[in-house]
Structure formats: C-alpha cells, structure tokens
Design a binder for this molecule. Structure first.
Ligand code: NAD
Ligand code: IPM
Ligand code: MN
Length: 357
C-alpha cells in the first residue's frame, strides 16, 4: 500500500533541513520495504506568497485532505511577510482545519549533546510536552476599537471548550499511563487568570478520576518554567494550553542543548484528516543560507510520522541512527549548535548512512 506524503519545506532553514528529513525517510523506507510517495508543495513566503500574495491557493484544503500525512519544514520570512500573516495563512490553518488538536513534543537529552544545565546526562531529561493545538490563547475572537486614537483598545479572547480541553487531557493522561513513571504535570496559572485557568484545573481534576494509577501535579506556569531549568528530571508528561505548551516546548529542548533537535507531531488522533510533522524550530533567518542548521529536528519528526503511519520499527531505526551518530561525537559531522564543524548535509548524510547499514 502506497502512503502519500505532502511535503512543504517552507522558508529559510525549512528548505535546508527538509532534504535531510527526506533522505532519512527514504533510507528507512528502503530498509523496511515501506512504500512512500512524496508530493511537494511550494506554500511559503518566499515562494507561493511572492507569486500570488497569499500563502496558499484557495483550495488548499481539498488539495491536502486526502494525504496520509504532511511533512512540514518551517514557514516565516518576516522581512517580506508579517509573521502573523504567514503563520495564520498556513500552519495555524492546518492545525485548525485538519483538527490536529494534539501537539506532541518530546524533549530528551540525547547522547553526545551537552546540556547547558550543569551535571545533566542522557536519561535525566526525558519527557513529553502535550500542547493543546486548536484553541486557547490562539483565538481569532477579539478586535480593535478606537483604532489610531489615544483611546485605542485591543482585545483577544482566550477560548477554552470542555470538548477541546477534555480531549487533550485524555490524550495526555493516556500517554502518562503508558509510560513507566505514570506521571502527569499540568501547566496552570489559576492564581492570576481567574476564569479560564481555575476551570482548566477543574477539568484536570475531573479527568484524573479516570486514571487512579497516574500521579498528577500542577504548577503555575511561572514556577514551572523555573523548574524546567532547576529540576527537569521531575517531568514525565507535561500538559498545557496552546500558549503555555508553545513556550514550554522551546524551553525544554533548550535545556537539552539545542532547539535544533526537537521534533513535533500535530495529530488528529481520529485519523479523519492528515496529521502534520515538523521540527519545533522556525525558519531561522539568522542562519538561513549557511547550510549549518541542525537537521535532527526534521529527521526525528519524520520518525514520528513513520510511527503514526504504522511503521514503529522503521521509526525506531531512525532514532537509533541519529543517537548512534551523536554518541560517536565526530565533530566534523556535527552542526555548530552542538559544537561541531560540520553542516546540515554532513550530519544528515551520516544519519542516513548509519540507517542503511
Ligand atoms: P527560530 O526557531 O527560527 O530560531 C530561533 C533561534 O534558534 C535562532 O537563533 C536560530 O538560528 C536557532 N535555530 C533554530 N533552528 C535551528 C536549527 N535547526 N539548527 C540550529 N539553530 C537553530 O525562531 P524565531 O527566530 O523566533 O523565528 C524565525 C521565523 O520562523 C519567524 O518567521 C517565525 O514566525 C517562524 N517560526 C515558524 C515556525 C514553524 O513554521 N513551525 C516555528 C517557529 C517560528
Ligand atoms: C510553533 C511555532 C508556532 C506556534 C508559530 C510559528 C505560530 O512557534 O510551532 O511552536 O506558536 O505555534
Ligand atoms: Mn513555538
């Protein structure tokens, strides 16, 4: 059975790490006899937008809805397109219209990579951020009043629904239950945000009734960020609203040495729509064009995609391959963010080669 993958490299380093993501997928597909068909789409600021003045064609939903998955690089080129225009014109549309309500973001200190936190070694940091991905603080409810006057007011509502919150909590509790430590941490702010967040806490409490074997704790987001730095070993599964999850999923990987390795899966668990797999990082205009971006975030996202598509063994082989290359620590192959002198390509090639062995 052929599985069809829509490939959207995007902008900046998205176009540099994507070939390495595909190289690893092709090597894994060959080794495990998986039939993947890739189709490329130019939905990016520096491509489709530059030609048409919008991020995607009007019929993007119909063009993409029957793919088995979407493999995505990163979008954004703020010099020419404002970020809220590019992201609300693409990535955030996929998450919402394809109901990818789970954003699953592993955070793991990998062999051979030095944590900026003193004395942390692989095994000490190994948790998941489960981020609500379709509502919360990322809402289009709000507006501007008295624009341009000194009485100007801007409002953007946070929207949380019982349906939306309960389904992400259920996913996070199920994940915690499947892991040896069976521990769930909720990110809250019910001391200051006095309507939505106390209600979030109530929903966590209610859901925990179905999972007597999962231990639950909660932290306000401010001290939670501090505890990510001070005690990353405390965490197993961390669940948060859209914005809190966004922040935690850059902070966590930073504690593991670089955001360049962090992957993510934007999942529609029911499979009604394609899920989307992308690195956590963005298009990094500051290093774009230099060929030095770390490709592991893209490659690991490809592994998550294979697992989602039912190829757990191939997914594990990809993770084993990049862990082996990192553990060997040949600095001539590694990218500068992990203290190497190599390039996106040398690291991607080494991983694909290891996979082929
Ligand atoms: P960013 O993640 O692009 O970059 C932050 C910093 O991390 C930069 O210094 C960058 O060089 C470094 N970095 C990121 N990825 C790296 C990698 N693979 N290897 C080595 N270093 C890496 O975040 P930003 O600067 O806030 O955003 C830049 C643009 O990307 C903006 O347009 C933003 O909106 C967009 N963005 C897009 C996505 C996405 O498409 N999913 C995610 C985040 C940001
Ligand atoms: C991410 C990104 C996006 C987000 C931006 C680019 C809209 O930061 O995927 O983490 O905030 O969700
Ligand atoms: Mn982010």
């Amino acid at each position: 059975m052929t599985q069809r993958i829509a490939v959207i490299p995007g902008d900046g380093i998205g176009t540099e790490v994507m070939p390495e993501g595909l190289r690893a997928l092709e090597a894994a597909a060959k080794k495990f006899g998986i039939d993947l068909a890739f189709e490329h789409f130019d939905f990016a600021c520096c491509d489709y937008y530059a030609k048409h003045g919008q991020m995607m064609p009007d019929d993007w939903f119909d063009q993409l809805k029957d793919f088995d998955a979407i493999f995505y690089g990163a979008v954004g080129w703020p010099d020419t397109v404002p970020d809220h225009v590019s992201l609300w014109g693409s990535l955030l549309q996929f998450r919402r219209q394809f109901d990818q309500y789970i954003n699953l973001r592993p955070c793991k200190l990998l062999p051979g990579i030095k944590s900026p936190l003193a004395d942390r070694k692989p095994g000490d940091i190994d948790f998941y951020v489960v981020r609500e991905n379709t509502e919360g603080e990322y809402s289009s409810v709000g507006g501007k009043m008295f624009e341009g006057t000194d009485r100007e007011v801007v409002i953007q509502e946070t929207v949380m629904s019982r349906h939306g919150v309960d389904r992400v909590l259920k996913y996070a509790f199920d994940l915690a239950q499947s892991r040896p430590r069976k521990k769930l941490t909720s990110a809250t702010k019910s001391n200051g945000i006095a309507i939505t967040m106390p209600w979030w806490d109530e929903r966590v409490e209610a859901m925990s009734g179905n999972y007597s074997d999962v231990s639950v704790d909660k932290f306000h987001i401010d001290i939670l960020t501090a505890n990510f730095v001070l005690h990353p070993d405390w965490f197993d599964v961390v669940v948060g609203s859209n914005l809190f999850g966004d922040i935690l999923s850059d902070l966590g990987p930073a504690c593991t040495g670089t955001i360049g390795v962090a992957p993510s899966a934007n999942i529609n668990p029911e499979g009604r729509f394609p899920s989307l797999f992308e690195p956590v990082h963005g298009s990094a205009p500051d290093i774009a064009g230099k060929g030095i971006a770390n490709p592991i975030g893209q490659i690991w996202s490809g592994a998550m995609m294979l697992e989602h598509l039912g190829h757990a063994e191939a997914a594990k082989a990809i993770v084993d391959a990049f862990e082996a290359v990192l553990a060997e620590g040949d600095a001539s192959l590694l990218t500068p963010d992990i203290r190497g002198q190599g390039t996106t390509e040398t690291l991607g090639q080494a991983i694909a080669q290891r996979l082929a062995e």
